[in-house]
Design a protein around this ligand. Structure first.
Ligand code: GLA
Length: 355
């Protein structure tokens, strides 16, 4: 057993250890954050709907709750996901009764970015400037972009909303690292789209310093594909952060590429399995974590931060995920700390492996 039982200390020579936190309950996690983490990500507090619910009316109370805890802990914040197709008020996309013109949206993005940065710059070391703008699949409708998600932003502006977001963030936050963040980032087809998009963004002269690999595991991880993806993204000259790591119970029973959805073959069996969190499945989650950290460590020359999406199993977005009409919500155990904020057995293994 190591002398200092701390993930952050054990990983100091490799990368930062982060957790996404919520203003709703960060105060319940201060001890575990102080002992094991040296980065925090705002879960929802810096998204548009939290900071500019109405055009020009800015509120930072929720973000400030997190920033003040981070200050007390002496750590900096990964600021998450202002420009995203969710969590954005309809005002962004409207001009009175009409759809907003691209120029108006770019102006709004710039004004928002300026306000965010003026408020947060002292405490933020990295921004997820744009989140999830790349599509998951080949469009059925050939008039849709083969690369970009058909979001309201894209439909109104094309890919230029992304350019506007990166340009504004570069202007108002010249010292923070700027990231693009996405999920299913290790699925080869989506990876190719992300790579094409990043190349295009660079050709337009935008500063992008890093790529955020979300690493939500809904299926047994394909470790080779994860390694390949790290190499591909790092090969673009980007720094990498693992930004939203968690391991769903589904990852212990599903060997597909990604999460099954209602109607997919095998979905009923998958939910049945997920409703039965046997000790074997919980141990398997720990084994998956150990293997993932082995991989991340072996790429610590390009990975600067590994963040779990939550701190401990008492509060995880996955508990409410997957449920729906006729589908039970499944309690999940996807993090490194249990519901009482105690480290799971895999934490000691992950620490030992780093020393
Ligand atoms: C995505 C987003 C996050 C968060 C999670 C679910 O991965 O990037 O901001 O909303 O979904 O909580």
């Amino acid at each position: 057993m190591s002398e200092v039982f701390s993930l952050a200390k054990a990983y100091e020579k490799h990368f930062k250890i982060g957790a996404a936190v919520s203003h709703l309950n960060i105060d319940t996690y201060t001890d575990v954050l102080a002992q094991h983490f040296n980065s925090v990500t705002t879960e929802n507090e810096l998204k548009y709907d939290a900071t500019e619910p109405e055009e020009g009316k800015f509120t930072f109370d929720r973000a400030d709750t997190i920033i003040s805890v981070a200050r007390k802990l002496g750590i900096k914040v990964r600021a998450h996901a202002p420009v995203w197709h969710w969590a954005t008020g309809e005002w962004m996309f409207k001009d009175g009764d009409k759809p907003a013109a691209p120029e108006l949206i770019f102006e709004r993005i710039e004004a928002h970015t300026k306000a965010l940065c003026e408020h947060c710059n002292d405490d933020v070391y990295a921004w997820d400037v744009v989140n999830e703008a790349i599509r998951d699949d080949v469009p059925e409708d050939p008039s849709e972009s083969p690369i970009y998600r058909s979001s309201q932003y894209f439909k109104l502006c094309g890919p230029e909303f992304i350019t506007a977001a990166f340009r504004a963030m570069d202007k108002y936050s010249p010292n923070a690292q700027l990231f693009y963040n996405d999920y299913s980032e290790c699925v080869p087809e989506k990876r190719e789209r992300i790579v094409r998009f990043i190349q295009e963004l660079r050709e337009k002269g935008c500063r992008i310093d890093g790529f955020g690999m979300q690493q939500h595991h809904f299926a047994a991880p394909d470790y080779d594909e994860i390694k390949r993806s790290i190499e591909v993204y790092a090969g673009l000259g980007l720094r990498l952060h693992v930004t939203e790591l968690d391991v769903s119970l589904m990852a212990t029973v599903n060997h597909g590429e990604t999460r099954l959805k209602p109607g997919d073959p095998g979905f009923d069996e998958y939910i049945k399995e997920a409703l039965n969190p046997t000790p074997e499945k919980l141990a398997k989650i720990g084994e998956i974590y150990v293997k993932l950290f082995d991989i991340y460590r072996s790429y610590s020359d390009v990975i600067d931060c590994v963040t779990t999406w939550g701190v401990a199993d008492d509060y995880t977005w996955l508990d409410g995920f997957g449920g729906g009409p006729g589908i039970p919500a499944v309690k999940q155990y996807p993090l490194l700390f249990d519901q009482k904020h105690q480290p799971k057995p895999c934490v000691a293994k992950i620490i030992e492996a780093a020393l």
